[in-house]
Design a protein around this ligand. Structure first.
Ligand code: NAP
Ligand code: HSE
Length: 437
């Protein structure tokens, strides 16, 4: 006997919500076949009923009355796509308490309040699906939560933000300015409602937090580890990196090192021949290392309406079949105490790229290298582009000095930077970027 249709509410019919509604309304037979039942959009909640919508829904479906949807007993699954923390947190808790399973793409909410939300789901016997919250259309939550469940994940290296990867690609490959590329990413629907979260690294950090929770059973928020974005980067850094044989990517990393977790999100130089250096545009990529399987890699569109909606649709189908409920009950999301501590930032080691602005006069190079040497920092490469000769011998020019270091600790580098600040010949701006192995 055929199951009755699954009735859902889409809470937020913006960029992603519209994509989900399109998939469900344009491919009902595909969805029915794969779910074993049809899926009906009973309600779609928005703030502003007068805004034009890019999808055709049945009369009476669109509403701005969130409360009536929360308390509608016929809604079995709510798809939260409003974004942000408030009121999304309160809405999600109310939906779970009202007996609905929830699908969400809201990484900000899950990273900050995942423990409360998962606990609430457990209390009411409900399920929360969040495939779309990390890396858009790439099925990484299923990969870590199910397909690699026989492994202890040892490390993750990833590009997790489509907006910043798009900006960096446009700047590198098409010579666009940062502002132009960011504007395009917003128009194309890749950016968050507040794009600061993309460019300052927060969005990638929230996604890494969710992956770390799933992989290592620890709650880590973006405030717990080093997070920096691409908002301070200059085109000249991208050019020097290219000259040295590297590409700059916003790299999210978490690795088990001696039983502790080293974790960061920061712009990082990656050798051009490495797989992650070849990921361009809104694509994301994730390299996982499992103790049984070894290295595994995924890539695909990490942002945008349909790629994200593709992941949401898969979660809805999984709930319709009843598969998501079984998986969710077994995910490693509720440990009281994390089995792994984080390595304090100053202890973490890396190679570094430094772009200093120095006076072009005798002994400056010796002063700078002297400081680095005193902190045990060994130099791998050094470039000082030639400044044009000037007639006035008393005029001191400022030139960039590019240094690539060998591996050192963040603590040693910070101490060296403090000492460099004391040198009269060293000026702003200064850029310090990590270099991947
Ligand atoms: P969006 O375009 O800003 O859409 C938000 C929708 O929620 C709009 O329809 C808005 O109504 C509605 N809404 C907001 N606050 C509301 C409230 N208080 N009551 C009722 N409705 C409310 O956002 P989006 O880009 O689709 O993103 C949605 C979620 O997906 C976010 O959590 C985001 O982080 C996540 N996500 C986005 C992408 C992407 O590529 N964009 C990828 C992965 C995950 P109005 O239309 O009336 O304003
Ligand atoms: N703003 C996000 C990004 C959307 O650019 O990656 C996908 O989560």
């Amino acid at each position: 006997m055929a199951l009755p249709p699954l009735q859902i509410a889409i809470v937020g019919l913006g960029n992603v919500g519209t994509g989900v509604a399109k998939i469900l309304t344009e491919h009902p037979e595909r969805i029915r076949q794969r779910s074993g039942r049809s899926v009906e959009i009973r309600r779609a909640v928005v703030r502003d009923l007068s805004k034009p919508r890019d999808v055709k829904l049945n009369p009476g479906v669109l509403t701005n009355d969130l409360e009536s949807v929360i308390h509608d007993p016929n809604v079995q699954v709510a798809v939260e796509l409003m974004g942000g923390i408030h009121p999304a947190r309160e809405v999600m808790l109310a939906l779970l308490a009202a007996g609905k399973d929830v699908v969400t793409a809201n990484k900000a909410l899950l990273c900050e309040h995942g423990d409360e939300i998962f606990e609430c789901a457990k209390k009411y016997g409900r399920t929360v699906c969040f495939e779309a919250a990390v890396a858009g259309g790439i099925p990484i939550i299923a990969a870590v939560g199910q397909s690699m469940a026989g492994n202890q994940i040892l490390g993750i290296q990833a590009i997790l933000n489509g907006t910043t990867n798009y900006i960096l690609s446009e700047m590198l490959l098409r010579g666009q300015s940062y502002e132009e590329a960011l504007g395009q990413a917003q128009e194309l629907g890749y950016a968050e409602a507040d794009p600061t979260l993309d460019v300052n690294g927060t969005d990638a950090a929230q996604k890494l937090g969710i992956l770390a929770q799933l992989s290592f059973g620890c709650k880590v928020t973006a405030a717990d580890f080093h997070v920096s974005g691409i908002d301070k980067l200059e085109r000249t850094d991208i050019q020097y990196a290219k000259e040295l044989g590297y590409t700059i990517k916003l790299l999210a990393r978490v690795h088990l090192v001696g039983g502790r977790l080293e974790m960061s999100v920061r712009p990082t130089l990656i050798r051009v021949d490495r797989p992650l250096a070849q990921i361009h545009g809104p694509f994301n990529a994730i390299l996982l290392d499992g103790d049984v399987v070894g290295p595994v890699s995924y890539s695909g569109r990490g942002a945008g309406q349909l790629p994200t909606a593709s992941a949401v649709a898969a979660d809805i189908i999984d709930l319709a079949i009843g598969r998501a409920q079984l998986t969710f009950a077994c995910l490693d999301l509720w440990r009281e105490k994390s089995p792994f501590e984080l390595v304090p930032l100053h202890e973490a080691t890396s190679r570094y790229f430094l772009r200093l602005t120095v006076e072009d006069r005798p002994n400056v190079l010796a002063e700078v290298t002297g400081v680095l040497g005193r902190h045990g920092i060994s130099l791998a490469t050094l470039i000082q582009p030639e400044a044009p000769e000037v007639d006035d011998a008393s005029a001191v020019q400022r030139v960039p000095l590019i240094i690539m270091t060998h591996r050192t600790s963040a603590g040693s580098l910070a101490a060296a930077e403090r000492e460099l600040d004391q040198l009269a010949a060293v000026h702003s701006p200064r850029m310090v970027l990590a270099v991947a192995d």
